[in-house]
Design a protein around this ligand. Structure first.
Ligand SMILES: CC(C)(COP(=O)(O)OP(=O)(O)OC[C@H]1O[C@@H](n2cnc3c(N)ncnc32)[C@H](O)[C@@H]1OP(=O)(O)O)[C@@H](O)C(=O)NCCC(=O)NCCS
Length: 186
């Protein structure tokens, strides 16, 4: 378990899959991610079995939020496309419970992933691709220090039209600079 202020990460379980399927079939959630076809439980179960074969550090987390005395499943997050020589990985996030949007859970998740990526996995560069049509996600990433790095023109197609993709990243030295006031002395 990895603990933040209001959230915690745990490994995904088979029992979570119906929840994931419901999120992936929600048009508003799906608009921000690469999925664009109806998702079935059978396909999600297949994804889950394949996911378990990946190295543990490359497996996704389920995000839970503390609500009174209960922990509620609100989304998933993961690193992927690891390159261990360059010490870089891409990051993805889905807060599937829309009632939790715009309350800081997305940015808190990214902060906790940055800490995990830099201080546990010893990554050097953490980056992401976001649709330019997803201002909520862009704002959440900017809030925790992701730097705009590139614009891939007309790289995305949805709803009958093209739009740009944005690449954003955080480097280890930027993370160190941001957190040095709270860092323990060596
Ligand atoms: C994108 C996502 C992770 C953001 O999570 P979240 O918990 O809503 O994020 P936060 O609350 O930390 O931050 C959202 C920010 O965007 C702002 N925002 C919301 N709608 C906005 C809009 N239309 N334009 C500009 N800013 C907007 C919010 O006000 C908030 O900023 P603030 O804290 O300065 O007020 C979540 O909405 C999600 O998972 N969406 C579906 C999947 C997805 O798009 N994943 C991202 C793939 S790159």
């Amino acid at each position: 378990m990895i603990h933040g202020e209001r959230i915690r990460f745990r490994g995904p379980e088979r029992a979570d899959l119906p929840c994931f399927v419901a999120w992936l079939n929600d048009a508003e959630v799906r608009a921000g991610i690469s999925a664009f076809l109806p998702m079935s439980l059978a396909r999600e179960e297949n994804w889950f079995e394949e996911m378990l074969k990946r190295p543990p550090e490359e497996q996704p987390f389920a995000i839970e939020a503390k609500q009174k005395d209960n922990w509620v499943l609100i989304g998933t997050t993961s690193f992927f496309d690891f390159n261990w020589r360059a010490r870089k990985a891409e990051i993805g996030i889905m807060i599937g419970e829309k009632s939790f949007w715009d309350q800081g859970y997305g940015s808190e998740t990214m902060l906790l992933m940055l800490r995990h990526g830099f201080e546990t996995l010893n990554l050097h560069r953490i980056y992401l691709k976001v649709y330019s049509t997803n201002p909520r996600a862009i704002r959440a990433y900017e809030k925790v220090g992701f730097v705009h790095e590139a614009r891939l023109r007309e790289a995305h197609y949805d709803n009958g039209g093209y739009s740009d993709d944005l690449i954003m990243s955080v480097l280890r030295q930027e993370w160190d600079e941001k957190t040095k006031t709270v860092r323990r002395p060596a």
